[in-house]
Design a protein around this ligand. Structure first.
Ligand code: TRP
Length: 356
């Protein structure tokens, strides 16, 4: 069996470091291991429009932002096809046929969609397109016969839904589609990185994100106002780790090698945690440490970003070529799907041939 990897992001804003540890770091690892036949990353503009129908400008503007974020982080367009969802029309066709295999009550049970509906205050005005986006996501994945989908935990319900659609489709119409599996980050803190204010969700509207494109000064300012432990007032006070955003970030980003470079008093994070809990370590000290770690990560990204910002045509061509290639792959699957569903009337004169 072929190994085909597919994943994507909604272009509703610039990407933040939660995207990085939650998914993109994993993609880079997979890219560098090279153990795959095809690798696709999709900019999910059509999905983003399902709850931004009145703001197409925002989605359009962020297409290049997200593409530049990918490329600056080291996603290599010679190894990965980057494409734009709306330019692959086969995906909407597949969505329409898959919708017949899913019930309304099944969609209502999707915990991620449920939570999003609550967060967006949709109440009784849920757009149908938004409500059904898990079906369109199944189309995104199956159109490429992807078997590996690197995502964050919030996307697990979509992968489950996709598996169910694949099973139903193959049962009714014969073996055609491939069941995908999610690959999650292995590090607990990476799965749900909180905002700098300790809020569980990093969100542009709350203003609690650290962006991959933040300058050194912006990064410093954000790390220095991070939520820590409200009971840790004097340096000598015993500190708490749980619910302390700086430590959650250290759990996600810190490696032993960072200590010799930036904090030689300790050998590893366990030692630092132990000492912090005993008292005697100021919050400024741990914030400086975190700043150094994050800045080391973002510094080369800033350099590459400058290059792509000055060579937008190159980014544009990567997206255009990626989208054309994706279209040809998805068309091939659509053809197989239509054949399996017996709606392949004009392929090789099939409808006429029934009567011969
Ligand atoms: N739902 C994903 C997100 O919000 C984006 C997405 C769309 C996606 N289609 C996908 C992810 C297919 C993985 C596979 O980030």
């Amino acid at each position: 069996m072929k190994n085909i990897i597919l994943t994507g992001d909604r272009p509703t804003g610039k990407l933040h470091i939660g995207h990085y540890v939650g998914s993109i770091k994993n993609r880079l690892k997979l890219q560098n291991e090279g153990n795959y036949d095809e690798f696709f990353i999709m900019i999910a503009d059509a999905q983003a429009l399902t709850d931004n129908a009145d703001n197409p400008k925002k989605i359009r503007e962020n297409i290049l932002n997200v593409a530049i974020d990918y490329l600056s982080l080291g996603i290599d367009p010679r190894k990965i096809h980057i494409f734009i969802q709306s330019q692959v029309s086969a995906l909407t066709e597949l969505t329409f046929y898959y919708a017949n295999l899913v019930t309304v009550s099944r969609l209502q049970r999707n915990p991620t969609v449920k939570q999003e509906i609550k967060m967006r205050d949709f109440a009784n005005s849920i757009p149908v397109g938004f409500f059904t986006y898990p079906i369109s996501q199944a189309a995104d994945i199956t159109a490429f016969k992807a078997n590996i989908v690197p995502v964050g935990v919030d996307q697990l319900p979509m992968i489950e839904q996709t598996k169910e659609i694949v099973k139903s489709f193959n049962r009714i119409y014969g073996d055609t589609l491939v069941e995908p599996n999610a690959t999650l980050p292995t590090n607990e803190a990476s799965m749900r990185l909180p905002g700098i204010d300790g809020n569980a969700k990093m969100s542009k509207s709350i203003g609690n994100c650290i962006y991959l494109s933040d300058s050194e000064d912006e990064l410093k300012e954000k790390v220095f106002r991070m939520y820590t432990d409200p009971l840790h007032i004097k340096v000598e006070d015993k500190g708490h780790i749980i619910g302390n955003t700086v430590f959650t970030y250290l759990d996600a980003f810190c490696e032993d090698s960072h200590f010799s470079k930036y904090y030689p008093e300790f050998n590893n994070l366990d030692e630092l945690k132990e000492a912090y809990q005993q008292g005697g370590i100021g919050d400024m000290k741990i914030k400086k440490f975190l700043f150094n770690i994050l800045n080391e990560l973002l510094e080369p990204v800033r350099e590459k970003r400058k290059y792509y910002e000055n060579n937008l045509e190159e980014v544009y061509n990567i997206l255009k070529e990626g989208s054309m290639y994706a279209q040809s792959c998805a068309n091939e699957t659509l053809r197989e799907v239509k054949k399996a569903m017996k709606i392949d009337y004009f392929f090789e004169d099939n409808l006429l041939n029934d009567y011969k």
